[in-house]
Design a protein around this ligand. Structure first.
Ligand code: PGA
Length: 249
């Protein structure tokens, strides 16, 4: 099975009008119309999902930046998978390091992954180490984040999960992790998945995130053995983001 490439735009807490949100998406669509075999997912702030629900078409999709770990009830301020799926939102970023920093633990992240799957939303499970040492501690940490995040996920669901590997020190930084190190980590992630779900899991899409921009994306995709990117800053600029999408083909 040939895996489709994918680029996910994580707008974070940026873009402050419906008009700007719509314009950014339509500009990216215009510039990337000819791109085939690559899925593009826009993850705006929750409040724009409703007005952007006409976005999904062909290889363009909507995603959320988070969902609640509960489906419904007395949870003031939370947004449920049941809410976002009303607006044709088919992906959700789960466990981003910026949320982990706010105290989100693996158990909560796992609940979110399971709730997304049970609502036909593809979870983009974010994992990544804060720092590296010479003793391979980061590899163990990644393994634990995968095992804990995917607890209870069945073999029949695993291909709906995407893993976004984002070393925390590269997020918002000037440079991404070296592509050779990304490659090594991607092999390690595949090994961990194989241990849990069997060789079938080779088809799980693995993304890299952290300082991806239009001038480094080609090199990463050519050398790092990943299926796409999770992009923060450069997803806010239609020209730059479109160049990243085009660099994957
Ligand atoms: P960045 O963010 O591309 O601005 O480094 C990536 C992310 O946080 O997902």
């Amino acid at each position: 099975m040939k895996k489709r490439k994918i680029v996910v735009a994580n707008w974070k807490m940026n873009i402050f009008s419906e008009k700007d949100a719509k314009k950014l998406i339509s500009d990216v669509k215009k510039k990337t119309l000819k791109v085939k075999n690559t899925d593009v997912v826009f993850c705006p702030p929750f409040v724009y999902l409703s007005s952007l629900s006409k976005t999904p078409a062909k290889n363009y999709f909507l995603g959320s930046q988070n969902i609640s770990d509960k489906e419904k009830g007395s949870f003031t301020g939370e947004v449920s998978a049941l809410h976002i799926k009303q607006y044709k939102t088919s992906y959700s970023i789960i466990g981003h390091s910026e949320r982990r920093k706010m105290g989100e633990a693996d158990e909560v992240i796992n609940q979110k992954v399971l709730l997304a799957l049970s609502n036909n939303i593809k979870p983009i499970l974010c994992i990544g180490e804060d720092k590296r040492d010479d003793h391979g501690g980061h590899l163990e940490l990644i393994k634990t984040q995968i095992e804990n995040g995917l607890k209870g996920v069945s073999k029949s669901n695993i291909l709906d999960v995407l893993i976004a590997y984002e070393p925390v020190f590269a997020i918002g930084a000037k440079d991404p992790l070296n592509p050779v190190d990304i490659h090594e980590m991607s092999l390690w992630i595949k090994k961990c998945l194989k241990g849990l779900f069997g060789s079938f899991s080779e088809n799980v899409r693995i993304l890299y995130g952290g300082a991806v921009n239009f001038s480094n994306s080609k090199e990463i995709i050519n050398t790092a053995n990943v299926d796409g990117f999770l992009v923060g800053r450069d997803s806010l600029d239609a020209n730059n983001f479109s160049e990243i999408i085009k660099s994957l083909v």
